[in-house]
Design a protein around this ligand. Sequence first.
Ligand code: HEC
Ligand code: HEC
Length: 329
Amino acid sequence: MKKTIKTVLGLLMVTGLAMVAQAATIPEGMGILPNNVPVPANNPMSAAKISLGTQLYFDPALSASGQFSCNSCHNLGTGGVDNQKTSIGHHWQRGGRNAPTVLNAAFWSKQFWDGRAPLLEDQAKGPPLNPVEMASADADTVVARLKTAGYAPLFTTVFGKNALTYDNMAKAIAAFERTLITPNAPFDRFVQGTGDISKAAKRGMVKVAEVGCTSCHSGALFTNNEFVEFAYGSDTGLKSITGKADDDHVFRVQSWRNVALTAPYFHDGSASTLAQAVKIMAKVQLQTTLSDADVNDIVAFLTTLTGDQPQITFPTLPRPTGVSLDWQD
Ligand code: HEC
Ligand code: HEC
């Protein structure tokens, strides 16, 4: 009896020590991706709304040509991005910025590199009418198109009668986007004690804290969700919206979650590899030159932040019978 108690105590001590030892190696603030996304009070989630949002997300009927859906530039098969320097939209035009991922976007303080859309709901109203993206003439045109496609009953189920509006379209898409969360990254399993990461990744994990990357890329999201100066390139960032000198070259600190999937990097897509992005960041943000060995370790660490990708069944989209929709050139 006595012996059993001793053994149990011994085991407890050993496990306790092991946990302390592991915790000590994880820099302060780093942690597991949260699973509770913020949901605005005026757009509660429901299964029907998420299902409608999935259809709208994949529906090229939001674009004038009938060729571009949200998924064209934010491809959920490739990390929620198009892996283009800057995206291709209507008439094969290139926009001015790189497409950031929609994965985990529900956690960002504001949407877009310059934060000009506070919520996913605001953001989703932009692309259908953006002339270099989906290029529909106006909100009424999009609504009329969705009506002809056969969406009205689906909107009624989710929002009530006469509810096929541009605002409700954005709400449904936003609800779907709030499901695009990527848990279980190797790093998260390491933190939970259910998995391990390579030695190089562990060195990289310590290095990013040591050199100061995590002053901006902090916490479980690996971003403090703030807007800071990034004195690089010709895009003026937040200043292009506010006109204020203080906002010159100010951009949102990008999350490191899934960053290994989203090359090329930065708002202008100018860094073609993750290693290059890491080197530039150290130089521009921290006035530090990293050795190639340190860069490799940091890249190994960043790669451990790729989580489980959402598994989505491509939805069947409503369409009229025996006639195509009225696409525009
Ligand atoms: C033609 C390509 C293209 C299409 C189509 C497109 N987007 Fe985007 N998206 C972009 C680009 C480029 C940006 C960054 C623009 C900026 O910051 O100025 C962006 C930004 C975003 C963001 C902000 C993410 C962040 O990290 O700030 C979200 C969310 C998003 N798009 C969702 C959507 C949804 C929903 C649709 C469909 C209604 C859509 N996009 C259609 C290219 C596209
Ligand atoms: C002063 C704040 C700050 C510090 C310190 C910082 N970053 Fe960043 N990081 C940013 C901002 C802001 C962006 C967005 C840049 C843009 O708009 O193109 C960014 C973007 C990135 C990107 C590209 C993400 C993408 O999706 O394109 C990587 C990779 C990155 N940082 C890694 C690092 C590393 C590694 C360090 C340390 C060596 C570091 N950062 C230090 C603010 C910071």
